[in-house]
Design a protein around this ligand. Structure first.
Ligand code: NI
Length: 154
């Protein structure tokens, strides 16, 4: 495994629509493992493939609730309910936070690291993370949707 460089806002790659993954190969698994390592190193809650310069529909999420990393390849959001308003940040938008409205509940389906079908339900922070990472696959940053974005005061 290896750490990958996280690209930041202003890089065109973050604005492109990612292509589906046709088949999970050893190379895909290597990318996924690198993304998980990079996510933990950066102390984030989610990381999408375009953030490490790969235009494929893959993301990883871990809200540190003890259940481990959730890997989604070719994800589809199949159900949303409710609404939550809260603060959100992004590893590709350093030192900023924004207030974003997201669904309170999200059901998401996709393929896991081993090629198996996966389905997750998330509420609160997990639902927010799924939506945020899913948006990255379509070239959307949270700053596009935020009511307000501000600098974190160190
Ligand atoms: Ni992000």
């Amino acid at each position: 495994m290896a750490l990958r460089r996280i690209v930041t806002e202003g890089d065109e790659i973050l604005r492109k629509k990612c292509r589906p993954v046709p088949e999970i190969t050893d190379r895909t698994r290597e990318l996924i493992d690198d993304m998980i390592e990079t996510l933990y190193d950066a102390e984030g809650v989610g990381l999408a493939a375009p953030q490490v310069g790969v235009l494929r529909r893959i993301f990883v999420v871990d809200i540190m609730d003890g259940t481990g990393p959730k890997v989604l390849v070719n994800p589809e959001i199949v159900e949303t309910r409710g609404e939550q308003d809260g603060d959100e940040g992004c590893l590709s938008v350093p030192d900023k936070v924004g207030e974003v409205v997201r669904p309170e509940y999200v059901k998401i389906k996709g393929t896991g690291r081993e090629g198996q079908p996966v389905e997750y339900e998330g509420e609160g922070l997990l639902a927010r993370a799924f939506c945020h990472e899913y948006d990255h696959l379509d070239g959307i940053l949270y700053t596009d949707k935020a009511k307000d974005v501000w600098e974190i005061q160190e």
